[in-house]
Design a protein around this ligand. Structure first.
Ligand code: NAP
Length: 303
């Protein structure tokens, strides 16, 4: 069986086209769309993410309001910026980039974001709505994983409902921002869902779980963790991992959590890194910002 690569860049382009039209409609209705990002310190990955969002917002005609604080900023400094953005009518969505410095309590910061502007659903109210199956916003990475999967099923001529009802989805990684939302979206589609964490690897049980997966979603942040022997032939594999690697010439490039070369020939479909989940995630964040600009439509169906 030959592997088939799912093209995240093409999916992102299609989503961007749809969003451009929606931004124009909002502006015609007198509703501004504004994305505010808050970056504390100068983390390599978060700064790169911030630059990509800036480019995309500009391309879409979304107002972009970046805030950068030094790594020495206090929790009170950050909370003051969030209070200001909560009150700013030109801001429809707020994204606090992770990781935050260790001296700042992430949960306190997330609780301070106005839930109506919390486009990554990090506030407990939005995380709760997602877990209950009635999300206000679907966190962009998990939403992108399932958008790629749904779209791939349509292209493969599979009935989505039937596919999910008979499938086991295994999610490797259970972080609040990626793994847990992906688990919720699997439940919402009425699939059988299994969650695997680092203990499965430490106890030598990782492959026992992953080899049973019809759909394997990997978000562990461990380069090359999943190899051919971890995957069932004919599975669909979605690699969320984005891990910086320095090449021989000192250039930094990104690799996934899945060893693409050994896994791709075994599977029915697979997302590459780069060019898989990542580009869709960026657009989805903007999509949530656009959704937030129309309060009447704020409660959306699961992605
Ligand atoms: P995280 O907060 O560090 O969480 C990692 C999760 O993976 C934890 O639940 C951890 O288990 C589990 N894990 C770690 N090592 C494992 C192992 N050897 N076997 C099984 N499970 C293991 O990371 P994250 O924020 O979810 O991000 C994960 C990856 O996705 C990173 O590479 C990140 O850069 C990438 N990412 C990509 C996108 C995108 O758009 N494509 C967006 C966000 C993040 P425990 O719970 O037991 O600690």
């Amino acid at each position: 069986m030959s592997g088939r690569t799912i093209d995240g860049r093409a999916a992102a382009r299609l989503l961007t086209e749809g969003l451009t039209a929606e931004v124009t409609r909002l502006q015609e209705d007198g509703l501004g769309v504004g994305l505010a990002t808050v970056l504390v310190g100068d983390g390599f990955s978060s700064a790169a993410y911030e630059r990509r969002l800036r480019r995309l917002a500009t391309e879409l005609g979304v107002r972009y309001l970046p805030r950068t604080l030094p790594g020495t900023a206090t929790e009170a400094d950050l909370l003051a910026v969030i209070a200001e953005l909560n009150a700013a009518p030109e801001v429809s969505g707020i994204l606090v980039l992770r990781p935050l410095p260790a001296h700042i309590d992430e949960a306190t910061v997330f609780r301070a974001i106005d839930p109506a502007k919390d486009i990554e659903a990090v506030h407990p109210e939005n995380a709760g709505l997602l877990a209950l199956g009635v999300p206000r916003f679907v966190p962009s990475t998990a939403a992108s994983v399932f958008h790629l999967l749904d779209t791939w099923l349509d292209q493969a001529g599979e009935d989505r409902t039937d596919f999910y009802h008979r499938s086991l989805i295994v999610v490797v990684g259970r972080s609040n921002n990626v793994g847990k939302p992906a688990i919720s979206l699997g439940y919402h589609r009425e699939a059988t869902v299994e969650s695997v964490d680092e203990w499965a690897s430490r106890t030598g049980n990782l492959g026992r779980h992953t080899r049973r997966a019809d759909v394997l979603i990997v978000a562990a942040g461990r380069p090359g963790l999943i190899k051919a022997e971890h995957v069932k032939p004919g599975a669909v594999v979605l690699d969320v991992g984005i891990n910086p690697r320095t090449g021989p010439a000192g250039r930094v490039h990104m690799v996934g959590d899945v060893d693409f070369a050994s896994v791709a020939p075994r599977v029915r479909a697979i997302t590459p890194v780069p060019g898989g989940v990542g580009p869709v995630t960026d657009v989805w964040l903007l999509r949530n910002t656009v959704t937030a600009a129309r309060p009447a439509r704020a409660l959306v169906e699961a992605s």
